[in-house]
Design a protein around this ligand. Structure first.
Ligand SMILES: *[C@@H]1O[C@H](CO)[C@@H](O)[C@H](O)[C@H]1NC(C)=O
Ligand SMILES: *[C@@H]1O[C@H](CO)[C@@H](O)[C@H](O)[C@H]1NC(C)=O
Ligand SMILES: *[C@@H]1O[C@H](CO)[C@@H](O)[C@H](O)[C@H]1NC(C)=O
Ligand SMILES: *[C@@H]1O[C@H](CO)[C@@H](O)[C@H](O)[C@H]1NC(C)=O
Ligand SMILES: *[C@@H]1O[C@H](CO)[C@@H](O)[C@H](O)[C@H]1NC(C)=O
Ligand SMILES: *[C@@H]1O[C@H](CO)[C@@H](O)[C@H](O)[C@H]1NC(C)=O
Ligand SMILES: *[C@@H]1O[C@H](CO)[C@@H](O)[C@H](O)[C@H]1NC(C)=O
Length: 755
């Protein structure tokens, strides 16, 4: 009980102690009501009203009972989630959050988190105007899936990113029909964004700035407009219209177009440029997911790292949306993969069959080859020899005593690590010294776009051994010199591809170890796409994610009634595990190795096979709760005793993280090919494991469209083992339906895990 200040005080002493007590009480109640408030996400599950206004009103009521008044509730609530699911984001003290969590209708209360976009490149805006011809659809390269899907016309792809640059030619709506009538989204106006910025191509745009401070607001357009370039790049990769003759100074020449060039784009700007990086928060992503469900999006492209919004993504899936996330750029370490919920598609990144060889010639006429995006300026007719110096690691310290003005600097990174993170700093060091160019010697990784910051400097990436040869030359000369030729571009079979990119995050999933992740790999290295009014290269899982989103849009156009699980299955089971020469695909790592399912899931995406997969592993989206309620912070609906092991979910893969004795795993396949079909099983057992399938043959006809089968998995020895890999393929003369298998034999619990 607190004293009231109007109490009658007889002695000064009593007055003093009463006052002290009163102040204490006041402080306690202040800290309860106002003390360190944090943003919390309160999740209530399915919404209880169809009317969104009623759902929001119920949120205000609930919050009012906890905070004491309607006014405080309105001041505290930031987002009300009311379309696809029920919940809200609000500023709360820890005690208030606890009080809410204790309410029976509340499923979870979790603190908001900030996340990063997935990219390996720094965020300098790289815009350049190219004078090119208007788009021309007739010159489309022939492609079965593209044509069958009518280039994705009338499929709506939602992009969760930094917004969009609507003036880019990649977003011209020339020749588009009316906006699909089912579309219920809006064109939210804002700074440098008018109603006319939406079109028949960009059919909707929203932005979610909650939590940005004043400085961050000033660094951004407070509208769907993209100041950064990232969202424009990903949107044009997923759904950019056809733009011919796009290149960067003659490099990577070709037709720029998205995977689904006729698909419609819905922009959800959830990521914001801050002084240091690009940030996004869980509360904004949930608000955008809620809106996307309302608006009628078909496919969502989310090149972002998220760990705590699984319920939002699950609701979107249950409402018929297919979600495509990136695996992350924390590779090649294992167990770092993000976004591994079984209901989303998680994409790894590969290198494509294009490279940009660049000749560097020393004063002794020795010529070595690296890679660069270097080109001659208009007033330069040929390359010239320049003085060459050794800059060591090219840290500020290492360059301190070296005069590099007008010279080419050799930088050697002997420590193997995430070089893409070091490069921007080193480039700044070299640039501020006035260098003409730089040769960066790294262990084999190819992240050319990390040299974007070189703008105006000749930056070449070479393998570490070429770096050592160059150093030897420098050591042997009094006045070492070097000439850097402009980059050439070669494509096709000379470049072994695809190959899993160094930075691509690897499995297994820590949060969902019974779900094999990633699902699929797609191109994500040196991708040329729209940035501002021009085009530029970029690398990262942000680039591979929209490739898959575009392909899913095409598949959805051909198969409008397929579930998200059927679409994912089609992509995974038809993927390729070989390179263009039929050799096993490799993964960049240290050391380089043959890729396994934790690098690429089913393999490298094969869109034209995915449109006709033969069989699919389908899942009723309600099943996810049976298996994974306990992973989703839904503690109130989680019952450990009735939760089934995740590996029984009908996924197009099998992952057994702890195999102690023989187990049987259930799967079912649905025939989506010819009605009468016979499939035989083909098993590649992982080392140390015996796998059997029962029945080994599946016969489909007009009445028997779905077949269940059992996969028994038996350890052959008792060890505390590592993961080993295999596959199960159902095949007939037309189809090969392959799923990857990862198994680890254990005899005791793992404490510190090593993949
Ligand atoms: C978008 O709106 C701005 C005004 O805010 C206008 O200057 C610009 O031309 C518009 N762009 C397109 C593609 O309509
Ligand atoms: C390098 O080649 C040029 C032209 O072929 C020749 O003139 C020059 O002498 C050579 N230099 C050395 C060091 O071999
Ligand atoms: C070429 O032009 C750039 C600026 O565009 C200038 O910095 C450079 O000095 C010029 N080079 C020559 C050889 O004139
Ligand atoms: C470079 O050298 C100067 C003078 O020796 C020193 O004051 C400075 O801290 C050094 N800078 C770095 C980055 O090491
Ligand atoms: C790159 O390749 C294209 C097509 O093969 C070619 O037209 C272009 O000249 C090449 N650019 C350079 C700089 O080699
Ligand atoms: C979990 O399920 C079991 C079996 O149905 C039941 O006995 C138990 O009460 C449930 N526990 C909770 C917390 O609901
Ligand atoms: C399909 O196969 C099942 C069992 O294999 C059989 O019972 C059924 O009669 C067949 N239906 C047709 C239409 O052939």
């Amino acid at each position: 009980m607190c004293y009231h200040p109007n109490m009658d005080f007889h002695s000064s002493r009593r007055r003093f102690s009463a006052c002290l007590l009163f102040c204490l009480c006041l402080m306690i109640s202040i800290s309860r009501a106002y003390g360190t408030q944090k943003m919390y996400i309160v999740y209530l599950g399915e919404k209880k009203h169809d009317d969104a206004a009623l759902v929001t009103a119920s949120h205000h009521d609930m919050l009012s009972t906890i905070l004491g008044s309607k006014e405080e509730a309105l001041a505290s609530i930031t987002y009300s989630y009311k379309h696809g699911f029920s919940g809200f984001a609000a500023m709360l003290t820890d005690d208030q959050a606890q009080d809410l969590a204790d309410l029976p209708e509340v499923i979870s209360v979790t603190p908001n988190q900030n996340h990063e976009l997935m990219t390996t490149r720094s965020w300098d805006f790289l815009g350049m105007n190219l004078d090119q011809q208007p788009p021309n659809l007739d010159h489309q390269p022939p492609n079965k899936l593209l044509q069958r899907s009518k280039y994705g016309e009338d499929i709506i792809i939602g992009i969760f990113d930094t917004g969009i640059w609507p003036e880019s030619r990649s977003f011209s709506d020339h020749g588009y029909g009316p906006i699909p009538s089912r579309w219920k989204g809006v064109c939210q106006l804002g700074q440098a964004w008018e109603g006319t910025n939406c079109s028949r191509k960009i059919i909707g745009a929203r932005y979610y700035p909650a939590g940005l401070d004043k400085a961050d607001q000033e660094a951004n357009y407070m509208s769907p407009r993209d100041i950064n370039g990232h969202g424009t790049h990903t949107a044009s990769t997923a759904a950019g219209a056809v733009v011919e003759g796009v290149s960067l100074h003659g490099l990577g020449v070709g037709v720029a177009r998205g995977g689904a060039p006729r698909a419609r784009i819905a922009v959800y700007k959830v990521a914001w440029q801050t002084t240091k990086r690009v940030e996004l928060s869980s509360i904004a992503v949930l608000a955008a997911l809620d809106d996307a469900i309302h608006d009628g999006v078909d496919v969502l492209c989310l090149p972002i790292v998220l760990n705590d919004d699984s319920f939002g993504a699950l609701h979107a899936v249950q409402k018929g949306i297919t979600l495509v996330y990136g695996a992350g750029n924390s590779g090649p370490r294992p167990q770092v993969i993000s976004n591994t919920a079984p209901w989303v598609i998680t994409v790894a990144a590969t290198k494509i069959d294009r490279s940009f060889p660049t000749a560097i010639t020393m004063g002794n006429n020795q010529t070595l080859v690296g890679q660069s995006l270097y080109y001659l300026l208009k007033n330069e007719s040929s390359s010239e020899f320049k003085p060459l110096v050794h800059g060591g690691s090219c840290s500020g310290e290492a360059l301190n005593d070296t005069i590099i003005n007008g010279k080419v600097v050799l930088c050697i990174f002997e420590n193997f690590g995430p070089t893409q993170d070091i490069l921007p700093e080193v480039i700044t060091n070299v640039k501020s010294g006035g260098a003409f160019g730089a040769i960066f010697a790294l262990y084999t990784i190819d992240v050319l776009s990390s040299t974007d910051d070189c703008l105006g400097m000749a930056c070449v990436i070479v393998d570490i051994d070429i770096g050592f040869q160059t150093a030897t030359y420098i050591g042997s000369q009094r006045l070492p010199i070097v000439k850097i030729e402009p980059a050439r571009n070669i494509t096709g079979k000379q470049v072994p591809a695809p190959k899993v990119a160094f930075f691509s995050s690897r499995g297994p999933s820590v949060k969902y170890p019974t779900v094999l992740k990633p699902d699929i790999a797609a191109p994500g290295v040196n991708i040329l796409a729209a940035i501002g009014d021009g085009y530029g290269f970029d690398s990262g899982n942000s680039m591979s994610t929209p490739h898959v989103a575009g392909i899913v849009a095409l598949l959805k156009a051909v198969h409008p009634h397929w579930s998200h699980a059927a679409l994912k299955s089609a992509i995974v089971t038809t993927a390729s595990t070989k390179d263009e020469y039929g050799n096993p695909m490799l993964a960049e790592a240290l050391p380089r190795k043959v890729a396994d399912p934790f690098d690429y899931g089913g393999g490298s995406i094969n869109p034209n096979a995915a449109v006709d997969p033969g069989l699919v592993y389908d899942i009723d989206p309600r099943d996810y709760n049976k298996f994974f309620a306990c992973n989703m912070q839904k503690y109130k609906i989680c019952n450990i005793t009735t939760t089934l092991p995740g590996y029984h979910l009908n996924l197009p893969s099998i992952a057994i993280p702890e195999l102690r004795r023989s187990i049987k795993v259930q799967r079912a396949v649905t025939n989506v090919g010819n009605v009468d079909a016979v499939y035989q099983s083909d098993i590649q057992s992982p080392i140390g494991v015996k796998i059997k399938v029962d029945p080994p043959t599946l016969v489909f006809n007009a009445t028997q469209k779905v077949h269940s089968f059992k996969v028994s998995i038996t350890p052959l020895w008792k060890v505390q083992g590592d993961y080993t890999f295999g596959s199960l393929t159902w095949h007939n003369e037309h189809h090969s339906v392959r799923i990857p298998i990862a198994v680890r034999i254990t005899i005791q619990d793992f404490y510190a895990d090593v993949a």
